[in-house]
Structure formats: structure tokens, C-alpha cells
Design a protein around this ligand. Structure first.
Ligand code: HEC
Length: 151
């Protein structure tokens, strides 16, 4: 009985691999990237790259298991939605108003511990923000907002 269930699961997993996940593609040339177009403090840039860029930039780092269904479906969906809401690789193509709006959203999402997503930090433990990093990001969104406002 257990053997049959086990075999059934293996067959199911094998069949799932046939369905394409359509993960958003990785682009390495992003002239409008936030970190290229603005002087972002180094520690903030590091936090964004480690904790946000996998879902909020064109430079997603896909680990091997992101190629294995059904994980691949979840990853594809998070990256697609993440980029749609906020894509740091296309930052400078946003209007001034949109930039201010996104900074506000970032502040709220980080303040409320909604971002980075829990399912992500459970695996990428280094992406979990320390209290100090969180506070740095929050004050940076305020300072950067003033810079953008004055442009
Ligand atoms: C595992 C992927 C993933 C990571 C990592 C991640 N996000 Fe997100 N983010 C998402 C998804 C998916 C959404 C869209 C959520 C939805 O549809 O409600 C989102 C939405 C957002 C939004 C928009 C919220 C709104 O109100 O519209 C902001 C801002 C945001 N994330 C900021 C961040 C920041 C800042 C980080 C890093 C500290 C981060 N995210 C890390 C996947 C991610």
C-alpha cells in the first residue's frame, strides 16, 4: 500500500515536470536600475540585493530547486507578481510621483514585516532583516524620498 502511494507520488512529480513554469527571464543589462541611477548607501544596496532583488528586479537568482515543479510554479508566481508591483531594475523609468509612491509602499511593507516574504526568508535565512537593517531601510526611504521630492 505505502509502496503504491510512494510510486504514485513519484509518477505525479515526474508528470508535473512536463508543465512549463514560465519563470520570468533574467536580464543582466538594466540601465534604469536603482543602484546604477542613484547613489544608494552601500549597506542599503546590500540589503536590497540580498533581501529583495530576487523578486523585485530583473536579476533574479534562481536556485536549482526553483527548476523543480511544484516549487517552480510558486517561484514563478512570486517573481512575476513581485516585479509587477516593484521592479528595482526599472526604477529610473518611473515618474517622480511613482518613485515617491513606491518608497512609501516599501516603508509600509518593511515596517509591517510583510516584506521580505516569510516563505522566502524561511529558506534564505540571510534575507531576513535584523532590527537594525529594518530601521536603516525605514530611515533611508524617508531620506531618499526627500531627495526625490527635491529633484
Ligand atoms: C519571494 C519574493 C519576494 C521577496 C524576496 C520580496 N518581495 Fe516584495 N512582493 C512580493 C510579491 C509576490 C508581492 C505582491 C504581493 C501581492 O500580490 O499582494 C510583493 C509586493 C511588494 C510591495 C508592494 C506592496 C503594495 O502595497 O503594493 C513592496 C513595496 C515590496 N514587495 C517590497 C519588498 C521589499 C522592500 C523587499 C525586500 C526587503 C521585498 N519586497 C522582498 C515578493 C517578494
Amino acid at each position: 500500500m505505502i509502496k503504491k502511494i510512494g510510486l504514485g507520488l513519484i509518477v505525479l512529480l515526474a508528470v508535473l515536470q512536463i508543465i512549463p513554469s514560465n519563470k520570468p527571464e533574467v536580464k543582466t543589462n538594466n540601465p534604469d536600475d536603482l543602484l546604477i541611477t542613484y547613489a544608494v548607501p552601500e549597506d542599503i544596496g546590500q540589503v536590497l540585493k540580498v533581501s529583495c532583488y530576487d523578486c523585485h528586479s530583473n536579476q533574479t537568482n534562481y536556485p536549482w530547486y526553483s527548476y523543480v515543479a511544484p516549487v517552480s510554479f510558486l517561484v514563478a508566481q512570486d517573481v512575476r507578481k513581485g516585479r509587477k508591483h516593484l521592479n528595482f531594475s526599472e526604477w529610473n523609468s518611473l515618474s517622480k510621483l511613482n518613485k515617491l509612491d513606491k518608497l512609501d509602499d516599501i516603508n509600509e511593507a518593511v515596517e509591517g514585516n510583510e516584506m521580505p516574504m516569510g516563505i522566502y526568508t524561511a529558506i534564505h535565512t540571510k534575507a531576513k532583516l535584523t532590527v537594525e537593517q529594518k530601521n536603516r531601510v525605514l530611515s533611508w526611504t524617508d531620506e531618499f524620498g526627500e531627495t526625490i521630492f527635491d529633484e
